[in-house]
Structure formats: C-alpha cells, structure tokens
Ligand binder design. Sequence first.
Ligand code: 13P
Ligand code: SF4
Length: 338
Amino acid sequence: MSVQDQIKQHLKNLDALLVAHYYQRDEVLELADLSGDSLELAKKASLSPHSLIVFCGVAFMGQSVKVLAPQKRVIMPKVACCSMAKMIDDEYFDRSIDTLNQAGIKKEDIFPITYINSNASVKAKVGKMGGVVCTSSNASKIFDYALQTNKKIFFLPDRCLGLNLARKNNLKSCVLGQASKEEIVDSAVICYDGFCSVHQLFTTKDIAFFRQRYKDILIITHPECDPSVVAQSDFVGSTSQIIEFVKNLDPNQAVAVGTEFNLVNRLRSGSKNTFVLSSTIPQCPTMNETTLQDVLLVLESFTQNKSDLFKSMNEIIIPSDVAKYAKIALDRMLELSK
Ligand code: 13P
Ligand code: SF4
C-alpha cells in the first residue's frame, strides 16, 4: 500500500481529521481533509465533529485548536516551532510590561494584542490582562476594537504587523527596545520587536525590479512583510486572502507574491505570469519539516498507543491554567471577528 493509502486507512480507522496550513509541503496539503489560513484552521478544526485532530503546521496552530476544543486530542507529526512565536515567552512578556510601567504607562492603560503566532502561555498572559488574539485576516477588526478602549496598544510579537496596522490608522508607533522613553509615551501603538524571518526576505528592491520588468504588475504581500514593502504593495492579505485575490484576477495579469514559497509555487503552477517576490526561495523551514512519512509515523504511534514517548513528543498538552486564560483571549478574537 502507498504511504498515502496507509495514511487514509489510519485516518478512517481513527475517525481523525487531517489538517494542514497552506505553507505545508504539497504532498501533505494534497492529502489534508482541511486546509486554510491560521484563523480558518483554528475555527474549523475546533468545531469539527472529530475527536482526534492530526495537525500539520507549526506548534502555535495545534495549540490554538487544543485551547479552543480541550475535549479533542490534537497530535502533530512534527511539533515545529514558528521562529517568530519563539521570540517571546511569558518572561519576556512580563519584562515588556515592566518597561512600559517604567515609562509611566500603568498596566490598566495597556491593551495587549497578541498575534496568533505566539505560544499558549503568552496568549494566557494577554487573556489575563483583558487583551485579545488576532490573525493576519482579522487584525484590522481587532485593532479597531482595541482603539475604542482608548488604551495604549501593546502589539506582540510581530513588529511588522503592528507597525503596518498603526500606519493604516495614522497612529504614532514605536518598537520596544528601539524607542526612547519619550517615544514610548508618545506612541499609541507600541510593538514588541519580533518578526518573521521568511517575510523579511521581501524588499522594496524586489518590488522595484518587478515593476521595472512588468509594466502593470501587481505586488501582493502578507502583512508580516516590512512596512516599507507593505506600503508599496497593491494588495496585502492573509494566506487565504492572497489565494482568493489571485484566483479572481484575469489569468494574464502579472503578479509578484511576497509570502511563503510553497503557497506561491502552487499559485505559479497555473500561470506563467505569477512570480515569487524574491530572488531567493522564501521557504519557512519549520513549516517544511513535516513530511508524509511523519504523518504516517504519528498515526502508527497513536494506533499502537506508544503513550509516554508519544505524549511528550507529538501530542499537544496545555496546563489547565494556561489553557483557561489563553481561551479567553482566543474566544474574544472569535467573537470580535464574526
Ligand atoms: P496566515 O494567518 O495568513 O495563515 O499566516 C500564518 C503565518 O504564519 C504567516 O507566516
Ligand atoms: Fe512563523 Fe514566518 Fe514560518 Fe509563518 S512563515 S510560520 S511567521 S516563521
């Protein structure tokens, strides 16, 4: 039996749902029951009738499903860690709040928004402070809500998304660690200094190159790109929004897309006018860790009940107090993005 057929057989026997983010390898995405951007996957996987979720993506994505649907078992063929999510933990979160306090901003005057690309423990800190989670597809809505509170927004961990949102709303912003006390006090939006190493690869030089070569080309980027790149883009959106936008264009329209390679490569396969907005291959190493063989292995281990090793390696387990407060921040996001 082929690897694909063995996986299908295990999924059927276990009544499990195979979930894959758009950045996964083609071989994994082709087999998935459910694919999408991070918001769609969190929502749809947690609401699915399946009690076992096999999540192919990065750790914070599997965690979000577990937090939203604690009754489900969530296993990941590779518990790969998004490098941006790794840039902040609860200690760094506390230290950031201390820095804001030292600048004269009281805790009760801070509204924290954490990008979904963060660990459950950071989401829990944000939930405890009355803040909320956002993703690239609902960030504007969440930001609008935060503005109504008249508090200072502390946006984490992605400085680019935070700065892009501030710019869109004509708000003063700064980056913690780079800004002076005065600048912090003066800013409506204070961003943590995290970033996505993959989306940093796209530059305004790349945009200039494509605009010079192809007269009417459209530049399409993800909001994790640097503000200078986003400012020069014709369309900015989440992974799903990018796919939808390109799908609805005239097939002859030239586009250069600034997001992860696997997604852009799929878009490219149907069109000779679709380009990767980079001279290098912008591949997310952690998203690419999961192979079909890993999916099969995790299903075999689960079936054979290799419990101790398996639980520590592949199953998402979240301490109950962390899960409780992380759920508050995630539920608030789902409510606000309806
Ligand atoms: P989406 O929310 O657009 O799926 O993005 C997730 C991500 O990690 C982008 O780098
Ligand atoms: Fe994280 Fe960037 Fe990979 Fe997205 S592309 S999962 S933000 S490292």
